[in-house]
Design a protein around this ligand. Structure first.
Ligand SMILES: *[C@@H]1O[C@H](CO)[C@@H](O)[C@H](O)[C@H]1NC(C)=O
Length: 307
C-alpha cells in the first residue's frame, strides 16, 4: 500500500503573487506573514483528515513503545554506566539552504537575508531545545526549478540533485512555493513521512516570505512532526495536550490579536491558541511553541529523524 505523504503548509500567501483576493480586494502586502483572512482552500490541500491524524497517533504510540523499550534493554545490557542523554541538551540540526533564483534575478536573496531567516527561526525554536545549524548556502539559477511545483518531476529532479544527508539533516529550498495552482509562504512534510518522502523530505520556503517572522519556525515545526493547532478540529486535535482545542483557524482580518480570543471548541477548556506558532493568526498575536509541542518534536527527533 502506498501511504500518501501529508504536506502541511503555511497558508500565508506570498504577497507579490496573491495580493488580491478573489473579489479583487487588495491586502496589506507588508503583512505577508498573516494574510489569512481569505479562502480556506489553501489549507485544505493535503491537510490531514481525522483518520490520518488517528493513524499518526497510533503510529506514535507504537513507535514509542517499540523503540524506547528496545533502547532500555540495550542500555541495560551493554551500557549500564552510560549517562542518559539529557533532555535539556540543545540539539543542533545541520541545515543546508538551497536558494533558487531566476535568470533575471527574481527570487534572489542576499546571504544576510538567508542568515537572518535562520536566526529568526532559532529565536522561536529556543524553547523547544532545537536550533538550526546553518552549514552552507547553495545558490542555483534556474527558471524551471524556481517555479517548479510540489511533487512535479522538475522539483523532484532539483531535490534529488541538491538534497544533503538523511532524515536528520534539514534541507530548505528558497524558491516559489507552489502547490497545485496556488502559491504559499512555505510548506513541509511531517517527520512521520521523512523516510517515505526520501529526497523530497525538507522545507520549501517562498522567497517572498524569507523575511516574514515565524514562517520558517512554523515549517520547522511541521518538519519536526507538529500539526497545526486546528488540525483534527476539537477532536482528535493536534495530538498535543497543552495546546487548547481549536476547531478551525482564525478568519478575522487585520493585524490586532482578537481580545477575547475566539473559542471554537466551547465544550473544551481554554480559548483558541492564536499565540501559537503552529496556528494562523494576526501578526500582533504572540508566537510561541508549548512544552507539549517541544516534547512531540523531541520524540520525533529521537525516534524518527535521529534514530
Ligand atoms: C523575471 O521573469 C519572470 C517570468 O517571466 C517575471 O514574472 C518576473 O517579473 C521577471 N523579473 C524581473 C525582475 O524582471
Amino acid at each position: 500500500m502506498v501511504m500518501s505523504i501529508v504536506i502541511l503548509l503555511c497558508a500565508l500567501f506570498a504577497s507579490t503573487v496573491l495580493s488580491h483576493d478573489h473579489e479583487g480586494h487588495i491586502f496589506h502586502n507588508h503583512d505577508h506573514h498573516r494574510l489569512l483572512s481569505q479562502e480556506p482552500h489553501g489549507c485544505g490541500f493535503q491537510a490531514p483528515d481525522k483518520a490520518t491524524i488517528e493513524r499518526l497517533a497510533i503510529a506514535q504510540e507504537e513507535r514509542v513503545a517499540r523503540i524506547e523499550q528496545e533502547r532500555a534493554i540495550t542500555s541495560q545490557a551493554l551500557f549500564r554506566c552510560n549517562p542518559a542523554r539529557s533532555d535539556t541538551q540543545v540539539v543542533h540540526i545541520d541545515t543546508y539552504i538551497h536558494a533558487i533564483e531566476m535568470t533575471n534575478g527574481t527570487g534572489f536573496l542576499s546571504d544576510a537575508v538567508l542568515e537572518q531567516s535562520v536566526e529568526s527561526a532559532n529565536k522561536h525554536l529556543l524553547s523547544t531545545g532545537f536550533q538550526l545549524n546553518l552549514i552552507s548556502m547553495n545558490r542555483v539559477t534556474s527558471d524551471i526549478w524556481y517555479i517548479s511545483k510540489w511533487n512535479s518531476e522538475e522539483q523532484k529532479a532539483m531535490e534529488s540533485q541538491y538534497k544533503e544527508g538523511g532524515p536528520n539533516i534539514l534541507n530548505i529550498y528558497y524558491k516559489a512555493a507552489i502547490l497545485g495552482s496556488e502559491r504559499y509562504c512555505g510548506y513541509a512534510n511531517l517527520a512521520e513521512d521523512a523516510i517515505s518522502a526520501g529526497t523530497q523530505d525538507g522545507i520549501v520556503m517562498d522567497s517572498n516570505c524569507a523575511t516574514a517572522d515565524a514562517v520558517l519556525a512554523h515549517e520547522v515545526g511541521h518538519w519536526m512532526n507538529l500539526l497545526h493547532t486546528f488540525d483534527g478540529g476539537c477532536s482528535p486535535g493536534d495530538l498535543v495536550d497543552d495546546t487548547n482545542a481549536q476547531a478551525s483557524y482564525y478568519t478575522g482580518s487585520g493585524y490586532d490579536c482578537p481580545d477575547p480570543l475566539p473559542d471554537t471548541c466551547p465544550d473544551q477548556p481554554g480559548r483558541d491558541p492564536l499565540d501559537n506558532i503552529m496556528d494562523y493568526a494576526p501578526s500582533e498575536c504572540v508566537d510561541r511553541f508549548t512544552r507539549g509541542q517541544a516534547r512531540r518534536m523531541q520524540e520525533a527527533w529521537r525516534n524518527i529523524r535521529d534514530a
